[in-house]
Design a protein around this ligand. Structure first.
Ligand code: ZN
Length: 53
Protein backbone atom coordinates (compact mmCIF):
# COMPACT_ATOMS: atom_id res chain seq x y z
CA UNK A 1 0.00 0.00 0.00
CA UNK A 2 3.01 2.28 0.42
CA UNK A 3 3.29 2.24 -3.33
CA UNK A 4 -0.19 3.70 -3.77
CA UNK A 5 0.52 6.41 -1.22
CA UNK A 6 3.59 7.36 -3.19
CA UNK A 7 1.57 7.47 -6.40
CA UNK A 8 -1.07 9.65 -4.75
CA UNK A 9 1.70 12.04 -3.74
CA UNK A 10 3.02 12.09 -7.30
CA UNK A 11 -0.50 12.66 -8.61
CA UNK A 12 -1.00 15.59 -6.24
CA UNK A 13 2.22 17.16 -7.40
CA UNK A 14 1.09 16.73 -10.99
CA UNK A 15 -2.16 18.53 -10.16
CA UNK A 16 -0.16 21.57 -9.09
CA UNK A 17 1.97 21.23 -12.21
CA UNK A 18 -1.17 21.15 -14.35
CA UNK A 19 -0.20 17.73 -15.71
CA UNK A 20 -2.78 15.73 -13.83
CA UNK A 21 -4.73 13.41 -16.12
CA UNK A 22 -1.89 13.18 -18.59
CA UNK A 23 0.04 9.97 -19.15
CA UNK A 24 3.65 10.31 -17.98
CA UNK A 25 4.86 7.91 -20.66
CA UNK A 26 3.12 8.95 -23.85
CA UNK A 27 1.51 12.26 -22.72
CA UNK A 28 -1.92 11.27 -23.99
CA UNK A 29 -4.81 12.01 -21.68
CA UNK A 30 -6.01 9.46 -19.16
CA UNK A 31 -9.71 8.67 -19.28
CA UNK A 32 -11.54 10.65 -16.58
CA UNK A 33 -13.49 7.58 -15.51
CA UNK A 34 -10.25 5.76 -14.76
CA UNK A 35 -9.05 8.75 -12.77
CA UNK A 36 -12.24 8.74 -10.78
CA UNK A 37 -11.71 5.12 -9.84
CA UNK A 38 -7.97 5.47 -9.33
CA UNK A 39 -6.97 9.10 -8.81
CA UNK A 40 -3.33 8.13 -8.41
CA UNK A 41 -2.98 6.88 -11.98
CA UNK A 42 -0.20 8.53 -13.96
CA UNK A 43 -0.28 6.38 -17.10
CA UNK A 44 -2.95 5.73 -19.73
CA UNK A 45 -4.55 2.34 -20.32
CA UNK A 46 -2.10 1.41 -23.07
CA UNK A 47 0.99 2.23 -21.08
CA UNK A 48 -0.39 0.61 -17.94
CA UNK A 49 -0.89 -2.67 -19.79
CA UNK A 50 2.49 -2.42 -21.50
CA UNK A 51 4.36 -1.63 -18.33
CA UNK A 52 2.56 -3.52 -15.63
CA UNK A 53 4.54 -3.06 -12.45
ZN1 ZN B 1 0.43 6.36 -22.14
Amino acid sequence: MARILEQVRVARRRVSDGQYGTCVRCTSSIHPERLELRPWLITCTDCASLHRD
